[in-house]
Design a protein around this ligand. Structure first.
Ligand SMILES: [Zn+2]
Length: 102
């Protein structure tokens, strides 16, 4: 019998292991944070993103530079290219605003 250790990414909010999570990159000032959220907990963020301005890696729209929101810098401990590809960028303020809403 071989023992295996499996690392599972879980939602930062509910920490449930039985659901798929998506990675979001939150940028605020000089901080870039990654959070993993399940579909349920990402709901407010997804709604906000429908109205947000896309910055950084958009090939279709020219990015407008703002001081506050910026493309996620490669962190020291980034998991893999696959997980970074779908990462969204939003500010902490935006997330806090959403939390208050819901
Ligand atoms: Zn969750």
């Amino acid at each position: 019998m071989v023992e295996k250790t499996i690392t599972v990414r879980v939602c930062n909010m509910c920490e449930k292991t039985d659901r798929a999570v998506r990675s979001y990159t939150i940028a605020e000032g000089g901080r870039n944070l990654r959070v993993d959220l399940c579909e349920e907990d990402a709901g407010p963020i997804e709604r906000l993103m429908a109205t947000g301005e896309r910055v950084g890696e958009s090939p279709t729209k020219p990015a407008r530079s703002t001081a506050r929101v910026k493309k996620a810098a490669p962190a020291k401990k980034v998991a893999s290219g696959a997980t970074r590809r779908g990462a969204k960028v939003m500010t902490v303020e935006e997330i806090e605003a959403l939390r208050r809403q819901s």
